[in-house]
Design a protein around this ligand. Structure first.
Ligand code: KG4
Ligand code: ZN
Length: 338
């Protein structure tokens, strides 16, 4: 406790960011330290799990110390530890879980294991203080594309998900194919700004009527086929046009399904979450489609879209209020479901 505020230390190591954050009363971010490994993994064109675990181990203590010092609090003032225990890379998750258990044991305070996906949704609480469930959530990240009916804090019912690639994965794969490199999402977003979104027709895959599921795996093949046929015909490829056209095919389907789900479940807000939620065209199109039906779009700032520990602290706080806690037998669950 500090100045009457309940302090949660959040820890996140599920993929390639080592992160720690202190959040007061689940809503006020006092520090948000993110040590990214992106430069290291870029050399390999994607995240190398063994390297990720080793880097988390090297960095976790410094990252936690910095989170405390940036917040201007001592370890003894922390009331709760929240840590991501899945889904993610097992070796990476284990580093955060071990650090969290050690802290909770040494400080004799409660520990809550957090589902990373609930964390992404909770990223919105510190940035929108009036936001409360129920709402519809759109979670779009490197490993997930999900439409989720959120009925209470940390009570989530998945109503649609991808049947193959996640949206972020599709961005990353297509970016590689068209030569933009890793990480693909932000690069496609940037290139698309100077491209024509009608230049190439990429298929919109809506699946069966009324389904909230997605399928993005065909897009990479379509991009490859397009590039091959253009090269064979001796035509010059405009990367910006391909990026803009591909991006439009992805975000159009996502925005359509998210808004349809909100309408069916009578939700007046859609909360965006995950790395792909920072895509500028998706944000624009969501606003455009939702406003026609009086639905409001809630979105985190870009830093709160991608992996961070403030979102984990916020989610842990609400789980703690609901009476949840984890024991020292908390283990990493790489395939943890929503
Ligand atoms: O949520 P996140 O940081 O990590 C996971 O939990 O997966 O999401 C990372 C994903 C990557 O696939 C990245 O390419 C994508 O989010 N991404 C974007 C943008 N920024 C990040 N995709 C499209 N547009 C962006 N601006
Ligand atoms: Zn994530």
């Amino acid at each position: 406790m500090k100045d009457g505020k309940f302090l949660t230390l959040g820890i996140e190591t599920s993929c390639d960011e080592t992160a720690a954050s202190v959040v007061a009363d689940g809503r006020f971010v006092m520090s948000n330290v993110i040590s990214s490994q992106i430069d290291i993994h870029t050399n390999y064109g994607g995240v190398v799990p063994e390297i990720a675990s080793r880097k988390h181990l090297e960095r976790i203590n410094d990252v936690m110390d910095k989170a405390l010092s940036d917040a201007g609090v001592s370890a003894g003032e922390i009331d709760l530890i929240g840590v991501t225990y899945g889904p993610g890379l097992v070796g990476a998750l284990l580093i955060g879980v071990a650090a969290a258990k050690t802290m909770a044991f040494a400080l004799d305070i409660p520990l809550v294991g957090v589902n990373h996906m609930h964390g992404h949704i909770a990223a919105n609480y510190p940035e929108h203080h009036e936001l409360e469930p129920p709402f519809m959530a759109l979670v779009v990240s490197g490993g997930h594309t999900e439409i989720v009916n959120v009925t209470d804090y940390n009570k989530c019912e998945k109503i649609g998900s991808t049947r193959d690639d996640a949206a972020g994965e599709a961005f990353d794969k297509v970016a590689r194919v068209i030569g933009l490199g890793y990480p693909g999402g932000p690069k496609i977003d940037k290139a698309a700004k100077s491209g024509d979104r009608d230049a190439v027709h990429f298929k919109r895959v809506y699946l069966e009527d009324g389904s909230y599921d997605f399928s993005f795996s065909g897009l990479k093949t379509q991009a490859l086929n397009y590039l091959n046929s253009e090269r064979q015909a001796g035509r010059e490829i405009n990367v910006n046009d391909v990026a803009a056209s591909f991006q439009e095919a992805v975000v159009e389907v996502i925005a359509y399904k998210a808004v349809s789900a909100a309408l069916e479940f009578n939700r007046d807000k859609i909360v965006m979450a995950g790395g792909v939620a920072s895509n500028s065209r998706l944000r624009e199109l969501m606003e455009e489609k939702a406003s026609k039906h009086g639905i409001s779009i809630i979105k985190p700032s870009p830093v709160m879209c991608t992996d961070n520990a403030a979102m984990i602290a916020s989610s842990a706080y609400y789980a703690h209020l609901a009476g949840e806690s984890s024991g020292f037998d908390l283990d990493a669950v790489p395939g943890l479901e929503f």
